[in-house]
Write a protein that binds this ligand. Structure first.
Ligand SMILES: [Zn+2]
Length: 353
């Protein structure tokens, strides 16, 4: 049961734990070769400098894939292979640097370990960064600090060795459900642990309810309802734009300017089918894709997160607390009511199976 049936992901996350382009030719060229050097921009782009005011870093959670209805389940290998063929290739075609956050539990399926690890290797080979999202996607609202620490250490074994072989460190951590700890003491203790282990928290500013649309899309496809599937994808793309508009304005209100945004999406079916269009829409909105490093280098990200609570919310909402305001996340845009309703029905049925 969800405590707030009319509200969405911030609370649903907690409960459900139990719930831009210079030349398309260049894109095609780079897209057809090996790893892309994201730091080298065409000269025309450098010369234009500040014209690219809007920047966004793309982050992709739940690698090697979040399956519909049961996103923390290991999933079918074939299904995961589809997501991980499509999503890194689309990101690369748009020259969008990305950071993927891994739940290593999903690698450990008898007879499929090598094939599942190979899915992560695709991301590294494409030049993307990987980070830790805990081993089993544990919810900090429901486990102790010790369990969070254990699950973090357990969740870095394979990813760290893959990155090391590529000459890269594992640097970022993403909180499952964006749950940063229900009390100040637990929050601060785990933050100190992350720091001691060399991790930096990967904040999210543009939250996303792609997992809701994903469940609905999956069901529509299972029922061979092509019209509903198309409607779900269309409304998902509209929702992402509504979210961006909201958090662009929210950043302006808080900092007096737009900031580089960090977008959260999942390694799932709906993104494997819509990401090309989604990134195109962001480019039309004036966004240039930047690395997480570049986004976090903006001074806004030095703002302390003083929010304490169980809600998994945007860092823009959290930063309000530091500025003496309320983390007024109830005003965040929600997906269409019909999507939220159907989502709850699907998850409710899955929980009862
Ligand atoms: Zn996650």
């Amino acid at each position: 049961m969800l405590s707030k049936p009319t509200n969405r992901s911030k609370n649903d996350r907690d409960n459900l734990a139990k719930k831009r382009l210079t030349c398309s030719f260049l894109v095609l060229l780079f897209g057809a070769t090996g790893a892309v050097d994201w730091t080298s921009k065409p000269e025309s782009e450098i010369a234009r400098g500040d014209q690219f005011e809007r920047r966004v870093a793309i982050t992709v959670d739940d690698l090697p894939g979040a399956i519909p209805a049961r996103p923390t389940a290991n999933g079918e290998l074939r299904e995961l292979e589809r997501y991980n063929e499509a999503i890194p290739a689309i990101l690369k075609a748009h020259r969008a640097p990305a950071t993927g956050f891994v739940n290593e539990k999903k690698l450990h399926v008898a007879g499929e370990r090598d094939a599942r690890v190979a899915l992560l290797q695709k991301w590294i080979d494409a030049g993307f960064e990987l980070g830790n999202h805990t081993y089993a996607h544990v919810n900090f609202n429901q486990v102790s600090v010790a369990e969070m620490e254990d699950d973090t250490i357990r969740g870095e074994v394979v990813t760290r060795s893959l990155l090391m072989a590529a000459g890269k460190p594992e640097r970022y951590f993403r909180y499952p459900y964006l749950a940063t700890g229900p009390t100040q003491e637990r929050k601060e203790t785990f933050e100190a642990f992350l720091k001691s282990r060399g991790y930096r928290n990967a904040p999210v500013t543009v939250d996303n309810a792609d997992y809701m649309f994903n469940d609905v899309l999956h069901e529509a496809l299972a029922q061979k309802d092509a019209k509903l599937a198309e409607q779900t994808k269309r409304e998902y793309l509209q929702f992402v734009q509504t979210e961006f508009a909201y958090f662009e304005e929210a950043a302006k209100k808080l900092f007096g300017r737009e900031i580089p945004q960090v977008f959260l999406m999942h390694d799932n079916q709906i993104n494997s089918e819509t990401l090309d269009e989604l990134l195109g829409l962001l480019q039309k909105r004036g966004y240039q894709f930047v690395s997480l490093d570049e986004a976090l280098a903006d001074s806004a990200y030095a703002t302390p997160d003083r929010f304490v609570g169980t809600a998994g919310i945007s860092w823009i909402e959290r930063w309000r607390v530091f500025f003496g305001q309320k983390a007024d996340y109830e005003r965040d845009p929600d997906p269409p009511e019909w999507v939220m309703k159907r989502f709850r029905e699907i998850r409710g049925a899955a929980a009862n199976q």
